[in-house]
Design a protein around this ligand. Structure first.
Ligand code: KG4
Ligand code: ZN
Length: 343
């Protein structure tokens, strides 16, 4: 089955052509990051307008790079939520338009579900596995039993990990989105240079909290303006990154222990972080756990990952949720409802 996948949930207009939900024939991502950087964060109205301008050229580029013509595509998969409502609507309208024009089926996909399954674009993974999803909007630990079968083991009670990276970057004067910039600066800093808290580390739950950590950075910066402490910015970045990664790894280890699961997937934009990749690799190796962290291009937002659940839902004729409404907040546990109403 040849699937055309479309992703417009936030600030990336993306399209991909994927064979059988596994082989990426093309994956095009047009990022709006430079535009939103001027405002220090994503401006929803600007995001929708940019998606409108980019969606047709991005889909055309994905088709031409794949060597597949539109008439050969068997179905369309599109991110239906969660995300920015205006941004989602652009992708959904494009997908439905193509579906109607070509008389092919269209299915809606949950963005987090796409992150959870992105690793299948690199290799097959046996179920069940534990998945740590760390992105700009999510920090969740899931037990994954199969496509559409997810249960939450833990989640952030305030900021997501990526959100914390971006807010701390802003505090120290880096441009949006600052996660990757902090990662780069942290590489030459001392992770023990600035003492920072590890929120909820010993609360006994698999939940996370990053808002207090961000405030601790803000307090430190206010007490040490203009590098008064003589401490380089690199040390602050390394200390912050190490606090986030330590908590993420600790809670992931706890979830592995409690569930007895021996396979781990790490996904979402923050899975690009070199400190997290290192810390989780050590954890997995020391416990004999099989570890899958997709290449950075598959961790960050892209459309190819949307084709993995998309192909499954199209071939199993599983219904979409609420027709094709954009679903700005769409908890993964509502996915089960799809299976009740086969199309
Ligand atoms: O999954 P994603 O591309 O979009 C969402 O669904 O949110 O994740 C974006 C997030 C941003 O917060 C960005 O700063 C963060 O991932 N990020 C990183 C790195 N690369 C991207 N955070 C830390 N280190 C990185 N190398
Ligand atoms: Zn994402």
């Amino acid at each position: 089955m040849l699937v055309l996948a479309i992703e417009t949930s936030c600030d990336e207009t993306a399209a991909a052509v994927v064979r059988d939900g596994r082989t990426v024939l093309s994956s095009i991502v047009a990022s709006q990051v430079a535009i939103h950087a001027e405002y220090g964060g994503v401006v929803p109205e600007i995001a929708s307008r940019r998606h409108l301008e980019s969606i047709v050229p991005v889909v055309e580029e994905a088709l031409s790079a794949s060597g597949v013509s539109l008439s050969e595509i068997n179905g369309v998969a599109v991110t239906q939520g969660p995300g920015l409502v205006g941004a989602l609507l652009v992708g959904i309208a494009a997908a439905r338009g193509i579906g109607a024009a070509m008389s092919i089926p269209v299915t809606g996909v949950n963005h987090i579900e796409a992150h959870l399954l992105a690793a299948f674009l690199e290799q097959e993974i046996e179920f069940p596995y534990l998945a740590l999803v760390v992105s700009g909007g999510h920090t969740h630990l899931y037990r994954v039993e199969g496509v559409g079968r997810y249960s939450i083991l833990g989640q952030t009670i305030d900021d997501a990990a990526g959100e914390a990276f971006d807010k701390v970057a802003k505090i120290v004067g880096l441009t949006y989105p600052g996660g990757a910039l902090i990662d780069r600066l942290a590489a030459s800093g001392d992770p023990k240079g600035v003492k920072l808290p590890r929120p909820l580390l010993h609360d006994g739950s698999c939940n996370f909290s990053f808002s207090g950590l961000k405030t601790a950075v803000l307090n430190w910066v206010q007490k040490n303006p203009d590098g008064k402490s003589g401490q380089p910015l690199q040390d602050l970045c390394a200390s912050f990154q190490s606090a986030v990664c330590e908590v993420l790894a600790f809670k992931t280890a706890m979830a592995l222990e409690r569930t007895g699961i021996r396979r781990l997937v790490v996904a979402g934009g923050v899975a690009c972080n070199s400190g997290l990749r290192r810390e989780i690799s050590v954890l997995a190796a020391s416990r004999g756990v099989e570890l899958y962290i997709p290449a950075p291009a598959l961790c960050a937002d892209n459309a190819a990952m949307v084709a993995v659940p998309g192909e499954y839902y199209l071939s199993e004729r599983v219904a979409t949720i609420n027709g094709f409404d954009a679903l700005p907040s769409w908890p993964l546990d509502r996915i089960k409802a799809r299976f009740a109403e086969r199309a």
